[in-house]
Design a binder for this molecule. Structure first.
Ligand SMILES: [Zn+2]
Ligand SMILES: [Zn+2]
Ligand SMILES: [Zn+2]
Length: 196
């Protein structure tokens, strides 16, 4: 630290023990020698035993103090981490409790995993297969539907003799319902609609 800084607290190393201390120089010839070192005579060339012992004691005390401070800082950090972990755990519990009350579709939106997606895909495939089967039955029904006035099937066979028409009869309630929904959704083309 330049000696030109006078009448002001400056931090510098003691020229004797080498420890950092605060000095307030009052003239340009002041030496940075800490208060503890003023009790023994400072010598730049020879190190008397008292001076050496003093320095060792000071450094050891400083080491002990620093270690204690460090330990208490570490302990404080550890307990802070434990506290934060407890808070996080509490939040997780609250979240779990919240999701238990939510309807499944809302939970799904947050937890879209492969299992959920696969289940949706399987369901979509099942619906597609069902639609294809219903459409096939609808086309068959277009060829074989009862013409009551003539007491015959539209294929030309007498009603009681058309095996296809008789086989379709059992499925007709489901088939008509499916056709109605498709028609309302605009998904049944005119050429497939036996009602047109
Ligand atoms: Zn000193
Ligand atoms: Zn000293
Ligand atoms: Zn027929």
């Amino acid at each position: 630290m330049p000696k030109t800084i006078l009448h002001r607290d400056v931090t510098d190393r003691c020229v004797c023990c080498g420890m950092l201390d605060t000095f307030n120089f009052t003239n340009a010839h002041d030496v940075a020698q800490c208060r503890a070192c003023k009790s023994h005579r400072f010598s730049a060339t020879t190190i008397p035993k008292k001076q050496d012992d003093d320095h060792k004691a000071r450094w050891r005390a400083k080491y002990d103090k620093d270690t204690t401070e460090l330990n208490s800082t570490v302990n404080a950090l550890k307990s802070e981490v434990a506290k934060q972990r407890a808070i996080i755990k509490d939040y997780e519990k609250q979240l779990d409790a919240k999701y238990e009350d939510l309807p499944p579709d809302v939970v799904e939106r947050y937890y879209v995993n492969d299992l959920v997606r696969e289940a949706h895909e399987d369901r979509a495939k099942a619906w597609y297969a069902r639609d294809m089967a219903m459409l096939a039955l609808t086309r068959i029904e277009g060829v074989h539907n009862p013409v009551i006035s003539k007491d015959e099937c539209s294929c030309g066979e007498p009603l009681d003799d058309c095996k296809v028409g008789l086989a379709l009869e059992a499925q007709q309630p489901h088939l008509f319902q499916w056709q109605k929904k498709r028609r309302e959704a605009g998904k049944l083309s005119d050429e497939d609609d036996p009602r047109l």
